[in-house]
Design a protein around this ligand. Sequence first.
Ligand code: AMP
Length: 308
Amino acid sequence: MFMAILVVGSVAFDSIETPHGKVDHCLGGAATHFSLAASYFTPVRVIAVVGKDFTAENEAVLTRRGIDTQGLERADGLSFHWTGAYSGNMSEAKTLGTDLNVFETFEPKIPDVYKDTEYLFLANIDPALQARVRGQMPNVRMVCGDTMNYWIADHRANLEKVLRELDVLLINDGEVRMLADERNLVVAAKKVLAMGPKTLVVKHGEYGATAFFSDGSHPFRAPALPLAEVVDPTGAGDSFAGGFYGYIASQPKLTPAVLRKAMFYGGVMGSFAVERFGTERLQNVSREEIEQRFKLFQEISHLDHAEE
Ligand code: AMP
């Protein structure tokens, strides 16, 4: 049974520099990376706004993957534009510019055909927008969300409102520490869980991800694939979220086993995303490649078959 995911978040143009090269205004945005990754598992519907500079070819990147773009509004002005750079081991993006452009005045409207969507994903964007979309979807089965330092620093009150209503929050370890104002990750995770989410999935970049639970069950750690070449880490986190949530939505029920597998599928999609600039790799993965890499993830992290 395949349940659909409704995602709200940035659809953007990214200008990125990494030690492997430079791209200017390539298709990006949190909702874009998320949708592409999730589309390999379940139907996806997008709510976002783009400007006049967003071309039919840009939109076709989404629709070719079967992503429903009826909720993609076109406004006068320019699309969201993010400029970032990575250096050294590329573990963290340095934001050089965030031009919200058409997102500044965006009033999200949910098309009627989207209203029955079972799963909601609040991808990285202004928490006020996340809250407005959440408010228009009172009957969703599960709500999962993301955010980043940009919003944690200056939009705290709105963000706290969003956190109170989340089933799952997916953020990276630096953001957990920032949100909790606490250096120790386990203590920080506990503080973040007290803000609302039932599950906190902490992404550790090249070191995998850890899930913490508010019901007191012990955490679960999933690996990341050691990759010889990382070309562009942009979108790895959103792709992790897409694989994670896409897999959950494709399953009849969220059990602890489904959550654990979802953590692995998240890692699989994140590992594909970083192999090329922008969305290039995520546009062209096959389900077979996904399953092969999932098996590889199992092999590199399981002790069950180890022989003395
Ligand atoms: P990540 O998966 O964390 O690497 O997310 C990268 C994507 O986030 C890029 O494609 C950007 O367009 C987008 N992005 C960067 N800053 C923001 C922001 N402040 N709000 C929403 N999206 C953003």
